[in-house]
Design a binder for this molecule. Sequence first.
Ligand code: ABC
Ligand code: CA
Length: 538
Amino acid sequence: MKYSALASTSLLLGTASVLAASADDWTRRSIYQVVTDRFALGNGSSPPCNTDNRAYCGGNWQGIISKLDYIQQMGFDAVWISPIVENIQGRTSEGEAYHGYWSQNINSLNSNFGSANDLKALAAALHARSMFLMVDVVVNHLVANPTNTSDISPETFDYSLLQPFGGQNAFHSQCFISDYTNQTNVEQCWLGDSGLPLLDIDTENSTIVDTMNTWIKDLVSEYSIDGLRIDTAKHIRQDFWPAFAANASVYTVGEVLIGDVTYAAPYTSVLGSVLDYPTYYGVYNAFTSGTSGNMSAIASLVTQAQDQYNHGTFYVGSFVENQDNPRIQSTVTDQSIVKNVMAWPFINDGIPILYYGQEQGYQGGNDPSNREALWLSGFDTENKPLLTHVTTLNAARKQAISANSSFLTTKAKFISQPDSSTLAISKPPMLTLLTNGGNSSSVKWSIPSSANLFSGSETVVDVLSCNTVTTASDGSLSVTASSGLPQVLMPASALSESGSLCKSSSRSKSGALSAKADGAGLLVVLAGMISGMTMAFA
Ligand code: ABC
Ligand code: CA
């Protein structure tokens, strides 16, 4: 069954109701992350948007509603939107609050993105498509401009703007975070700098804790939110989170920005899970430094995370780009490498997240360059190889979920390889072969019969190309690649029952048969028939 019983029931009862989606419900999902200001305008216009200006460009919730076909046709069934509450107005020394992380009043919405009805309409439109809504929330800080820019001492802020608290005593005393090895400093000092201080909320105060817990409960219910991305999770004491998550009563994924598994691990017990930053760094480094990139570091980070995280890595958010880090293509443009990196979130244990724009080939570097307007590429779905790639990856994951009922609860395993520029990741019925060799490399993967993945003389399909290979009589498999492309292999028998993926895979070797969105299924079938006929006549 594609959706959980609870989700289906909610759909029958009415689209506006909260699905109360759990971490388990989210594991079958695939998330498309948008910065609301940069995705689409409800009126369909395409204004210019210079990221360097750090200013609002006009995207809004109605814009997202108008482009749900675009998102859903790539196979995504959840959307994570940037923070929704009212932010600091006007221009600060760091620009405008177009990204939404500079809250001022948590009880009011950011009118740049639309009205309460628009946000409710977005939730309803998503639910009508059986899609989930994830909202980004900030609990750690509020932001105020000092009234006197030459003096940012705490007395100089206009606290009346900072709602619902309204006074200096709601904040930790002023100090900027200066020592990331001192957890008290990380939790109680302030992010930002003298140019734009992020006033650190006193989350040790029980009245404030109650306010936050009531706030999140009401927010989730008011806007029918299915999941939360928790900003700056490591900047609040761990024991704040369990009650907050319980009040949210939906899946919560915390942003713990760190390269260290052991540091991140405890947050997987106080929240639904975390964004898997440690593995992100491993993947980013392995694929952006040529063949000197350390591929085995990925295996070691994932294994550590599987061992140390609560629920292993099944509930993590798995990503390779986001609003805080340079896009992959700002460093590497070899499309074979880009395709390898993009495959990662879809073939490991976690919940895949794609940051909007990657499918269009965006190349922005660090913040603010990585927040390009999507409308400037015209929502093009033709001639966009990476969009086709991600569509296939989503379809492959869905097919794996339906072919193996324990796919989502079986840990990914790494099969050791002789070539250090390769990785082989087994998560039955998927076997993924990755390489950082690049488009002119020649690499080989060897899968021994002891891996117990395939039977003897079995047909195995690379669902990215629809090419097939056959296992040896003992079930072992040897695969070579001369173009540096990733391969996502599945037994032909795991593909035959349903889905649009490589329909005629066992007969065709044509790369033209790669999976398309559901609507293109007929085309794929026809192409398969023609291809099959060609072979029959040959
Ligand atoms: C603004 C400017 C930027 C400028 C920045 C300093 O100030 O626009 O050009 O570089 C929002 C906006 C940003 C804005 C900030 C500050 O507010 O989106 O444009 O940047 O005003 C979250 C969100 C993020 C958001 C905020 C604030 C928080 O995802 O979009 O930013 O609500 C820390 C926090 C993390 C936060 C991040 C931006 O800063 O922990 O929650 N993200 C080390 C620290 C991390 C730290 C990171 C970056 O540096 O450990 O805690 O993140 O400062 C690994 C190590 C890590 C290390 C990384 C870099 O390397 O293991 O420890 O992280 O290997
Ligand atoms: Ca804090």
